[in-house]
Design a protein around this ligand. Structure first.
Ligand code: UP6
Length: 287
């Protein structure tokens, strides 16, 4: 499947609206970039999303880190997703028994299922985590990614564990599972563990300028991820909005903030171009 275009793969996801919409959006906007906006203030989140929106197919959130979260944030985020034509992925990393995750997904303050097209889960609890989330998300046309591998140093998500994630994805009759968070084409590596079907691979741990952070994150370039790794979507966080973390910006200077946003725009265009060029190379199309 990795030699096929995003457009050609849409038809493989007949039972998963979120995956279809994502592939169509990537093709239409010529981007395989997902920006991970891990900031703790509502206005910063909205401003970054507005700045990068035109370059992305997907915006990834960690909604529970936003200190001044309210329903208006969801309202505005949804409006931005329509304005700029992107989908939303809440990176909730569910990891509990089916009954609990179905409540965490549908209820609480955040009501994730009501606004997030895609979410993800660890397979630690076993397949109940999928059925619990599917009960809520499937009627809404949502999609689920399984965390088959992680970008962080010393990750335990490897070997047999990764293999089981692939097996569960292949065996998910409902097709609510539409792919993986992974560092490699895990569905190719374990193609023999079930009835193979097309699945998406989304990869975090992408950066062009640094190799990692002080807390175990490890970065690879878009080329390494998309061409060598065969990934479909690159997920980039601080590599794009990092300028905003400068203490001068936090201190509130409006000039410093404006300058930071120039950098955010430049970086998101840069990653968009790098990611798309790598994809075209992979499917054998000259840009
Ligand atoms: N993320 C990873 N690695 C994984 C899974 N998820 O980094 O294996 C998430 C992090 C963060 C983003 O929770 O939101 O992707 C990466 O951000 P960064 O580019 O700023 O390092």
């Amino acid at each position: 499947f990795t030699r096929q275009s995003y457009a050609d793969r849409v038809a493989h996801f007949g039972n998963n609206e979120a995956a279809r919409l994502l592939l169509e959006t990537m093709e239409r906007k010529e981007t395989n970039l997902c920006v991970s906006v891990d900031v703790t203030k509502k206005q910063d989140l909205l401003d970054v999303v507005d700045a990068v929106g035109q370059d992305v197919a997907l915006i990834k959130t960690h909604i529970d880190i936003v200190e001044d979260f309210d329903q208006d944030l969801i309202h505005q985020l949804t409006a931005l997703s329509k304005k700029h034509d992107f989908l939303i992925f809440e990176d909730r990393k569910f990891a509990d028994i089916g009954n609990t995750v179905s409540l965490q997904y549908s209820s609480g303050v955040h009501k994730i299922a009501s606004w997030s097209h895609i979410t993800n889960a660890h397979m630690v609890p076993g397949r109940g985590v999928i059925t619990g989330l599917a009960k809520v998300g499937q009627p809404l046309g949502r999609g689920l990614l399984l965390l088959a591998e992680m970008s962080s140093a010393g990750s335990l998500a490897k070997g047999e564990y990764t293999k089981t994630c692939v097996e569960e994805a292949f065996n998910d009759q409902s097709e609510f599972v539409c792919g993986f968070i992974a560092q490699s084409r895990v569905d190719e590596r374990f193609a023999n563990v079930g009835k193979k079907r097309d699945l998406l691979v989304l990869t975090p741990g992408v950066g062009l300028d640094v190799k990692g952070d002080a807390l175990g994150q490890q970065y690879r370039t878009p080329e390494e991820v998309v061409i060598d790794g065969g990934s479909d979507v690159i997920i980039v966080g601080r590599g794009i909005y990092g300028a905003l973390l400068d203490p001068q910006v936090a201190e509130g200077g409006s000039l410093a903030r404006a300058k930071a946003f120039v950098s955010v725009r430049e970086q998101s265009q840069r990653y968009k171009e790098e990611g798309w060029r790598a994809y075209l190379k992979r499917i054998g199309v000259s840009p």
